[in-house]
Design a protein around this ligand. Structure first.
Ligand SMILES: Nc1nc2c(ncn2[C@@H]2O[C@H](COP(=O)(O)OP(=O)(O)OP(=O)(O)O)[C@@H](O)[C@H]2O)c(=O)[nH]1
Length: 644
């Protein structure tokens, strides 16, 4: 708990304007400091103030509501309440009486006390429900806003400006502006005043932290935890009591969340709230504080649309379901909050998973592949920040939309959260309206990411289809459609490559040109179609005869080329002879007839004096020409070195 600088408090005290007990209250407080004070003497002083007498009797009766006979006298009331509590009540009522109005224009004094009174009653009722001592809780609620009242009293004009500037901003912003302007804030001032008045430390801490209970880091279930969360819930209930009809329903779901934290279910909370409203109206008359008529909480809850519409309509004016149903992971060790969020989000059509801490969260991310994570900050084993950092190092985790729940919204913590990789934050206790608004931002981004990823996938698919088409087109461009052998272009490109390889490696390279003999006669005798069939069969013979490294192509009408890498001329000529004989021994189908087709083959070997690969073809072509001249059905190897 931050304490106000003592010299600053002395300065403020020196103004003489700090709220302080006066008149009967001051006399009573002085009296109660004496060691030998008796109940009778206190009752005697109280009776000099009829209003105070009535208030103390009313209070004593409310302590044991319906459980015993009504208390009618001041001394009985003082006895029932006990001196420490009487002291606090006297003080609280005195401050109220002396500060019903003030000069700060932006501070609604009537509403302030109406809210403080409802807070006091709710806090007392909650305390009774939790079976913790209820004696201090009324005054604790009544004085919970004393810091703000003090600033409005001390600095009416400046505080009016601060209140106008902070209107609508989160509570932390008001504190920041107060510190900036007054070198203290309302929480510090409340703590200092209550200390001055001798309040127990636990109450001072409760008031100091109640606007942001998780900042106090109280151990769940401890007395301090219950007190601070009760006061926080009481303040929210009081805000609902003083709200106008239009704003009430936005506050109701938030109450359920706070109630769940204290283990109070919705039904019990509604009963308790009705009791608080009725007590508030009675106390309002006694203390001359304005209150208003409210429908019962059951009616308010029934008049609410179902949960899905409450959140949707408040946040966006829409009542439709979520635009994009998401897979959402809730990571929170607080079961009540986790259950509430699961129910709320599921009612919006989302699929919700839960984990109790970061470690379990990581396992659930792998198992369920959520699109959005809502994680608490403070958790056992692995906190929200460590969880987010771990997620961001994984491929799937990088894409997740991550909202962190934080009790503290100070700049340093938020910077830490964003540096860890969170996308957004929610300050606890959060309203359903804000949660749904933040969720929609997450939905939009997730939707965009998914669209981008779908488009990326589509581009990848088109690119791969294009690659296949291109490969097919390339193959077609390099294939002879009739024989399905590589075509002339492919043959020439291959020869050039092999020629280069032979040149650079000094390995042998032989090339042969094969021409079908008197093919025109086949066409002329059996027709062009039969000629085609014959060409296909010739291609098949060549393909079958080729060795693994050989490249066979059709380079002209009835002319083929075989490139034989790593082959000497002699070897190439022998191989050509084998081909020639295969043709000679084969009969080719020509319609009903089977005809023999012979081939002439020219063979040439690369030699380093050849300036270009075309010289090698030329040499093979010359040899082929020679084979034709020699009577066809011949193999001629070019032995002369040619450099043409
Ligand atoms: N059916 C068919 N015939 C073709 C094709 N391409 C070329 N030819 C024919 O092949 C024949 C080639 O004839 P020529 O160049 O006179 O040679 P040849 O008859 O084989 O005689 P030599 O080469 O001197 O032994 C022509 O009749 C062309 O029409 C084709 O794709 N299909």
């Amino acid at each position: 708990m931050e304490a106000i600088n003592q010299s600053r408090f002395k300065e403020l005290k020196a103004t003489g304007q700090l709220p302080s007990p006066k008149g009967v209250a001051l006399a009573l407080l002085n009296l109660m400091q004496q060691e030998d004070v008796t109940i009778q003497s206190i009752a005697h002083v109280v009776q000099t103030d009829p209003a105070l007498s009535g208030r103390l009797i009313k209070f004593a009766n409310s302590l044991h509501f319906n459980t015993r006979r009504p208390i009618a006298s001041v001394s009985e009331a003082v006895m029932m309440i006990g001196l420490p509590m009487v002291r606090q009540l006297v003080l609280g009522f005195s401050v109220l009486s002396d500060h019903r109005n003030g000069k700060c224009n932006a501070f609604n004094y009537q509403q302030f006390w109406s809210c403080s009174l409802a807070t006091a009653i709710a806090n007392q009722a909650l305390s009774a429900q939790a079976k913790t001592s209820s004696e201090e809780t009324f005054t604790c609620g009544l004085l919970s806003g004393i810091g703000r009242l003090t600033l409005a009293t001390l600095f009416p004009d400046k505080y009016a400006t601060v209140l106008s500037t902070a209107a609508g901003a989160p509570p932390d912003e008001l504190n920041r502006l107060e510190q900036e302007q007054f070198d203290t804030d309302h929480n510090e001032l409340a703590a200092a005043l209550l200390k001055e008045w001798g309040f127990p430390l636990i109450l001072i801490e409760t008031i100091y932290h109640h606007e942001n209970p998780e900042k106090g880091d109280f151990q769940a279930g401890s007395r301090a935890y219950t007190l601070v969360h009760s006061l926080s819930l009481s303040r929210s209930l009081a805000n609902l009591c003083i709200a106008d009809e239009g704003s009430r329903r936005a506050l109701l779901p938030g109450l359920y969340v706070l109630g769940a934290r204290l283990g109070i279910d919705a039904e019990a909370l509604m009963t308790l709230s009705d009791h608080v409203v009725s007590e508030w109206q009675q106390w309002g008359k006694i203390l001359d504080v304005p209150t208003q008529e409210l429908p019962s909480f059951a009616e308010m809850a029934a008049s609410l649309p179902p949960l899905v519409e409450v959140a949707g309509s408040e946040a966006s004016g829409k009542t439709d379901q979520a635009e994009l149903p998401l897979r959402i992971l809730i990571v929170d060790d607080d079961k009540a909050v986790s259950n509430y969020l699961q129910k709320l989000l599921a009612s919006h059509g989302h699929t919700v998973f839960s984990a109790a801490d970061g470690q379990e969260g990581l396992e659930k991310v792998i198992e369920y592949n959520p699109q959005l994570v809502i994680s608490d900050w403070v958790m056992p084993n692995m906190d929200g920040i460590a969880f987010c950092k771990s997620l961001r190092t994984t491929r799937g985790g990088r894409e997740l939309y991550f909202i962190i729940l934080t009790a503290l919204a100070d700049e340093d913590r938020l910077v830490e959260a964003f540096e860890a990789g969170v996308d957004d934050y929610l300050v606890k206790p959060f309203s359903v309206k804000v949660l749904m608004a933040r969720l929609r931002a997450g939905q939009r981004l997730t939707q965009l990411k998914e669209e981008i990823s779908r488009e990326r996938e589509e581009v990848r698919r088109i690119a791969s289809e294009l690659a296949v088409t291109n490969r097919r087109l390339q193959r077609l461009a390099l294939t002879d459609p009739l024989t399905l052998l590589p075509n002339r272009r492919y043959g020439m490109d291959s020869l050039e490559q092999e020629w280069e390889a032979a040149k650079n490696s000094a390995r042998p390279l032989t090339c042969m040109l094969i021409d079908l003999d008197r093919f025109k006669q086949i066409n002329d005798t059996y027709g062009h179609d039969t000629g085609d069939v014959a060409l296909k069969q010739a291609a098949k013979i060549l393909k079958n005869a080729a060795r693994t490294q050989d490249i066979v192509s059709r380079i002209g009408g009835e002319e083929f080329m075989v490139i034989c890498p790593d082959t000497q001329l002699k070897e190439g000529a022998q191989y050509a002879e084998l081909i020639r004989r295969t043709f000679e021994d084969s009969l080719i189908n020509a319609g009903a007839d089977r005809v023999k087709i012979n081939v002439s083959i020219g063979v040439a070997q690369y030699n380093p004096t050849m300036p270009h690969f075309s010289a090698l073809i030329k040499a093979a072509d010359d040899a082929l020409y020679q084979a034709k001249l020699n009577g066809r059905n011949k193999v001629v190897a070019c032995t002369s070195v040619t450099s043409r």
